[in-house]
Design a protein. Structure first.
Ligand code: OFO
Length: 178
């Protein structure tokens, strides 16, 4: 039996495609970074591409679990290549913020419909988006430090090495301990 509304089903399907698009953004930017010999940054971006694909699949499974119909639709093309690492990272943050807003709309609809199952499901994504925005903000801070301090590319080289092994998750405030 279908346990989500038609409107929710449509929103979840659109979000599933949006997560696939997010993966394409990371894939495209990863390829761009690799083509500019930023192998560490590319590894970080490819790693995150995988995370976005997992998000897509998580939504697919949820739609099915709630008796809905999955509609796999066309993914729009990834954006044009950035001009440098700074633009790459800032664009990624913009994409993440936009995605957070879309998740908020799902949670808002779930609340309006008293669909507590989807409300609960949506909370996982709310937390995930906080983590992702924190993660990318942190990388941007490192980039700004690296690019402000030295005029040559030495610090960017260190940043690139650093990101090769950087975690794909950030700690959210509620998980912080002192
Ligand atoms: Fe799917 O987490 Fe980023 O967008």
């Amino acid at each position: 039996m279908k346990r989500i509304s038609d409107q929710m089903e449509e929103m979840l399907n659109k979000q599933m495609t949006r997560e696939a698009y997010q993966a394409q953004v990371y894939l495209s930017y990863g390829a761009w970074a690799e083509s500019h010999s930023f192998q560490g940054i590319a590894t970080f971006l490819y790693g995150h591409m995988q995370e976005e694909r997992e998000h897509m699949f998580k939504i697919l499974k949820y739609i099915l679990d709630r008796g809905g119909e999955v509609k796999v639709e066309a993914i729009k093309a990834a954006p044009v290549h950035p001009k440098d690492i700074g633009e790459c990272l800032n664009n990624i943050l913009d994409h993440e913020i936009q995605n957070s807003k879309e998740i908020d709309k799902i949670v808002k609809l779930a609340h309006e419909e008293s669909d507590w199952a989807t409300f609960n499901f949506g909370q996982w994504f709310v937390k995930e988006q906080i983590e992702e925005e924190t993660l990318i903000n942190g990388v941007i801070d490192k980039y700004n430090l690296a690019s402000n301090q030295i005029k040559d590319n030495h610090n960017l080289y260190d940043l690139d090495k650093d990101l090769a092994t950087a975690p794909q998750e950030a700690t959210t405030p509620r998980e912080e301990t002192i």
